[in-house]
Every structure is written in structure tokens, then in C-alpha cells.
Design a protein around this ligand. Structure first.
Ligand code: SIN
Ligand code: FE
Length: 293
């Protein structure tokens, strides 16, 4: 029996590691759209399709989000039934998204924790209220109120556009180049700043120096008009029905156009990566010459 177990074990482990290495080095993996794929594409069911005719007036924010407890971002006049349909849809999408990630990187297993999910009804091409919220500008993701403490931000997107419109993205330079470009302009947190932000409940947990620098990179890139105008990048079109997995904390990205998408955020400890030295935490620590989280 022992012989059989050892004979069987290596292969899936190797396959899993290869997927994680690919995801970590490329940063973005498109999922197969074939119905016979190991994880078949995500499709809307029953009442869910009706959500796509909600007008943007039904939303307070640029998307409706779900954190496992409540749906947020809906306007006050949105019905309870709408909120429930969104809750069911986003719960289902989250479970599907976990399967999709684990099919690529089974080794992440239990280390992968679920964050918020969102239903994005507005066109990504619409101008937002502030440049910092403008995801049409190249950036890496960092959350002002939710520090990751060094954990990776891994997101799964699905284009659920009902009229066949693609979702258009652009990706930019490698993370290390991006960090070298903007880090000199980023302000380091002051002593006591993290404690104050936490006490004032501006952050949900302590903002580590890593989180402060990542937020600094995000803001510096988005507010640099010259960089945004001249940066070279790769244009990507995600077809209706297509899904993709992205480390949005290391892939420099912009969402240019497209309505109707689902998104699920996961967090992954650096230690669970196949190649932890690729983590933005490790890259920034090398550049800064000191531990950051
Ligand atoms: C973003 O993370 O910048 C937005 C991605 C999208 O909505 O497609
Ligand atoms: Fe982003």
C-alpha cells in the first residue's frame, strides 16, 4: 500500500506546482472556455440574467460587492429580492472561483482565503469621480482600508456581458520595473502612523510599511499623467463568457472598456507560493533593504 501511495503522489504534486509557477511568473492566466474543461466556464442561472438589466442608478458604488455577510453598493431603492439574487450569485461565483484557482494551483489549498466579491455593472470606460479610483489608468492593486500585511491579492474575473462585448484590459511593465520607477516618489509611513490609522478605523488592521508602499505605488502611478500617456503595454480582450485569474498586486493593469463582470478577491500568504521570492513583498524588501511586514 505504501508503495502505491508513493507511486501515485508525485504526479499531481508536480502538475500543481507547475500551474502555480506559471500563475506566479506570468501573473495572469486565462481559463479555458470549453464546456469540457476540468472546471467548466461560469454561467448565469435563473433570475441572475435579469441583474444585467439593472441600470447604474440602482448602484451607489461602481459595483455591488459581497463580503460573505451583506451586499453593499446598491442604491437605497434597490429591492430586497435584487440584493438576495446578487448574494446568491456572488456566493456561487466565489465557490466556482476557488475551484478555478485550485485547478491551476492545487498547492494553494487552504491557504487561499476568500475576500470580497463584486458584480461590476458599469462600463469600465466610464470616468470615475477621482483619478485614484480610475482603473482605466495603469496600476497595481492596493486597498487603503484593508491592508494585506504582505499577503498576495489574487483575483478571478469573469466577463458576463450578455451581448458578446469583450472586456478590454491593458497590462504594463514588470512589477520590479514599476516599483523601481515609482518607489523613489513614495512617502514612507511616519512613526505611529499605522497605529493612528487603526485607532481612527481608517484601516481594518495595521497598515504595515509594505501596505503603505504598495498604496504609494498605486497612487503614484495613477496620478502620473505623463506615465499614463506614454507607458507601453499589452492590450488584452477578454471575450464574453471568458474568465481569468490575476495577481493584481504584481500585474500592472488597467481596465479600459466593457460592462458586466464578476470578480472574486482571494488572499494568499507569501509562504504558500511556489516561488515566494516573486511576491511584491519580497521584491520591495530587496529594493528597500529591510523587512516590510
Ligand atoms: C481593476 O482591478 O483595476 C479593474 C478590473 C476590471 O474591472 O476589469
Ligand atoms: Fe486594479
Amino acid at each position: 500500500m505504501a508503495t502505491r501511495a508513493t507511486a501515485l503522489r508525485p504526479e499531481p504534486a508536480l502538475a500543481g506546482d507547475a500551474g502555480a509557477r506559471r500563475l506566479e511568473s506570468e501573473g495572469l492566466v486565462r481559463l479555458p472556455v470549453s464546456a469540457s474543461a476540468p472546471v467548466p466556464p461560469f454561467v448565469l442561472q435563473g433570475d441572475e440574467a435579469a441583474l444585467l438589466s439593472l441600470d447604474s442608478a440602482s448602484l451607489r458604488a461602481k459595483s455591488a460587492s459581497y463580503d460573505g455577510h451583506a451586499v453593499r453598493g446598491l442604491a437605497a431603492n434597490a429591492s430586497g429580492e435584487t440584493a438576495r439574487t446578487i448574494e446568491v450569485l456572488l456566493s456561487r461565483f466565489g465557490a466556482w472561483a476557488r475551484e478555478a484557482v485550485l485547478a491551476v494551483a492545487p498547492g494553494y489549498g487552504e491557504a487561499l482565503t476568500r475576500g470580497r466579491s463584486s458584480l461590476r455593472l458599469r462600463d469600465a470606460a466610464e470616468a470615475p469621480l477621482s483619478p485614484l479610483k480610475d482603473d482605466r489608468r495603469l496600476h497595481v492593486d492596493a486597498f487603503a482600508s484593508q491592508p494585506t500585511g504582505g499577503r498576495r491579492i489574487l483575483r478571478v474575473f469573469s466577463n458576463i456581458n450578455p451581448s458578446g462585448e469583450p472586456r478590454l484590459w491593458r497590462t504594463g511593465e514588470a512589477f520590479e520595473d514599476h516599483a523601481r520607477r515609482f518607489l523613489p516618489r513614495v512617502r514612507w509611513p511616519l512613526p505611529g502612523e499605522a497605529r493612528l490609522l487603526r485607532a481612527l478605523r481608517i484601516t481594518r488592521s495595521r497598515r504595515t510599511p509594505y501596505d503603505a508602499l504598495m498604496l504609494g505605488l498605486h497612487d503614484a502611478a495613477k496620478t502620473d499623467a505623463v506615465y499614463q500617456r506614454h507607458a507601453t503595454g499589452t492590450d488584452l480582450a477578454f471575450a464574453a463568457g471568458e474568465s481569468w485569474i490575476v495577481f493584481t498586486d504584481s500585474v500592472v493593469h488597467a481596465a479600459l472598456k466593457g460592462r458586466f463582470a464578476l470578480e472574486q478577491t482571494f488572499y494568499l500568504p507569501v509562504a504558500a507560493m511556489a516561488e515566494p521570492e516573486r511576491a511584491p513583498l519580497r521584491v520591495l524588501e530587496r529594493l528597500a533593504g529591510r523587512p516590510l511586514a
